[in-house]
Design a protein around this ligand. Structure first.
Ligand SMILES: [Zn+2]
Length: 237
């Protein structure tokens, strides 16, 4: 090993070494002057290359695919149907997930103390019922699937099938049931101010580009199960 290193030293021509050492100050000076420019040029080149890679069609396709990874259909996320044993009636025709029953009823009572009368319009809906709503009821209105999906989820894609969604109206303004005008009622104003205390959140606000604004539709996020169900939606994917 030592011998090899010695030999390598002899490989370097002495004349060249002498030449370099003689002209060192001048060359070094030149190198020192141009090196910042070379660095700058290299940085610009590297930055542009990275940008080109990011903008390449393949990368765009991949990020698009990532965004679509949540399996949305016409803007709606897929939801499983709640097992029957987790459903409870809160009114003769309204069933909800057992986890949200107490919170929902407490919210109604608290609202009453403030002179606000909430009325529950729709809770759990089976995928079969959602199927009827989406394909029968909306087709009577002569709407195409995209138009229907703005106001109603396709079967298997409704928050109502999880048991964690509730449609709420104002008992003193029934003409606003399922209407955008519900947002002008005292009930809605009260909900906006207080619903979070009871772990309820408006699902479809005005910023949603696929689904129409639904001021009456609230979902429960007060249990781990509920949070898991709405995780994708909350991540904004
Ligand atoms: Zn709803």
């Amino acid at each position: 090993m030592e011998q090899n290193e010695d030999l390598n030293q002899f490989d370097i021509p002495i004349a060249k070494r002498t030449y370099l050492s003689n002209s060192n100050p001048l060359i070094l000076k030149k190198i020192l002057i141009i090196s910042p420019f070379l660095c700058l040029l290299f940085t610009i080149f590297a930055f542009r290359s990275i940008r080109n890679i990011e903008q390449s069609p393949l990368i765009s396709f991949n990020s698009q695919a990532k965004r679509n990874h949540d399996h949305r259909i016409l803007g709606h996320l897929p939801y499983n149907e709640i097992p029957k044993e987790k459903l409870v009636f809160i009114e003769p025709y309204i069933e909800v997930h057992i986890d949200m029953r107490d919170s929902l009823l407490n919210m109604k009572e608290e609202a009453k103390k403030d002179g606000i009368y909430l009325v529950f319009l729709s809770g759990y809906r089976s995928i079969n019922l959602q199927n009827d709503i989406f394909y029968s009821l909306k087709s009577i209105r002569n709407q195409e699937a995209t138009e229907r999906a703005r106001v109603s989820a396709p079967p298997g894609y409704s928050e109502h099938s999880t048991g964690f969604a509730i449609d709420i109206g104002d008992a003193t303004k029934r003409e606003t049931d399922f209407e955008k005008e519900f947002e002008n009622t005292d009930a809605f104003k009260w909900l906006i101010k207080n619903a979070a205390k009871f772990h309820f959140k408006l699902s479809f606000n005005k910023n949603n580009k696929f689904i129409d604004y639904e001021p009456w539709h609230w979902r429960y996020e007060g249990s781990i199960e509920a949070l898991k169900v709405f995780e994708t939606s909350n991540r904004g994917l």
